[in-house]
Design a protein around this ligand. Structure first.
Ligand code: 13P
Length: 325
């Protein structure tokens, strides 16, 4: 059995990254509808089969994060999704949070839930073939936001989740996302990201989570999507790496960024600019959702004729991100 550290290092090294294909049923259904595909269980399954059977995927993708629905589904040939990934040299991951709900007494803010019964669910996911897990916390920037209570509640939940996963032999992806929505500046994103990451590592320390057995999945430090000044890739890279240096202990093996609404090209360019800043104590890679699979979904649009072209579109994005590593 590989150790937590060995799994974590496999997830972030050898120029590979992690594919996030774990959209909830609701989110995935909306994405299918946006390309005129009926949001049925079978169409969600077909789309995930398309992504995960892309030829050569394991050259640039080390692991794929799936949702509970996909984890229990099968490819057309009857292989379960986690087994199909294993056969292709890709580690199977499972999103285990149950989503973000309004936090009491904190208007406009959310706390991520899913701790109740988690130990038993993790045992089952191990049986089904999982190597790692994911839990996403969200933080909005706004007038007085995020509040100290939202930061603390979410950081605490992330740490409890991470502890349970390590106990089960699963590597937790710890995902605190400061979202891009808003007109905030790069500097405001940097300040909030620093506060959030500090709190997350304080809580991980209190919970005695082994830092060499996690993968951190943060946002890049970017300006809000409605901010008029658009920093270029070198500014984003500098601000992001500086923030990580201030907050992330060197014992963490790797940092795999979410794309958070950046275009595929932006996310790749920002990652490339970060790779130019050396030396760094951690591996930096990608764990993009939309920036990896967006073009494939747009190409497929539900038709068998578009299948190969869609796989090519995914492959192009994955190779582009791997080649900047
Ligand atoms: P995006 O890259 O689309 O932000 O998705 C990553 C992810 O896993 C969000 O939880």
């Amino acid at each position: 059995m590989p150790t937590l550290n060995e799994i974590a290092r496999t997830m972030v090294s050898n120029k590979r990254g992690i594919l996030a294909a774990d959209e909830s049923i609701g989110t995935m259904s909306r994405r299918l509808e946006s390309v005129d595909v009926e949001p049925t269980e079978e169409n969600r399954r077909r789309y995930r089969e398309l992504l995960l059977t892309t030829p050569g995927l394991s050259d640039s993708v080390s692991g794929a994060i799936l949702s509970d629905e996909t984890f229990r589904q099968e490819l057309s040939d009857g292989t379960t999704f986690p087994n199909a990934l294993g056969e292709r040299g890709v580690l199977a991951g499972i999103k285990v949070d149950t989503g973000a709900v309004p936090l009491a007494g904190a208007p406009g803010e959310k706390v991520t839930e899913g701790l109740d019964g988690l130990r038993a669910r993790l045992e089952e996911y191990v049986e089904l073939g999982a190597s790692f897990t994911k839990w996403r916390a969200v933080f909005s920037i706004g007038d007085g936001l995020p509040s100290a209570r939202a930061v603390h509640a979410n950081a605490h939940a992330l740490a409890r989740y991470a502890g349970l996963c390590q106990e089960a032999g699963l590597v937790p992806i710890v995902e605190p996302e400061v979202v891009m929505d808003g007109d905030h500046s790069l500097d405001e994103c940097r300040q909030v990201t620093t506060t959030v990451l500090r709190s997350v590592f304080t809580e991980l320390g209190l919970m005695e989570v082994r830092l060499d057995g996690i993968v951190l999945k943060p946002n890049m430090v970017v300006a809000g999507d409605a901010c008029s000044r658009r920093p270029d890739a070198s500014e984003v890279a500098r601000a992001t790496v500086d923030t990580l240096h201030e907050t992330v202990p060197p014992g963490v093996p790797g940092i795999a960024f979410l794309s958070g609404g950046q275009t595929p090209e932006e996310a790749t360019a920002n990652l490339a600019a970060m790779q130019e800043i050396t030396p760094l104590p951690w591996e930096l890679t990608y764990s993009f959702g939309r920036a990896l699979v967006g073009p494939a979904l747009d190409t497929w649009r539900g038709s068998d004729d578009g299948w190969e072209a869609a796989q090519k579109a995914l492959s192009e994005r994955a190779v582009a991100n791997a080649s900047v590593r």
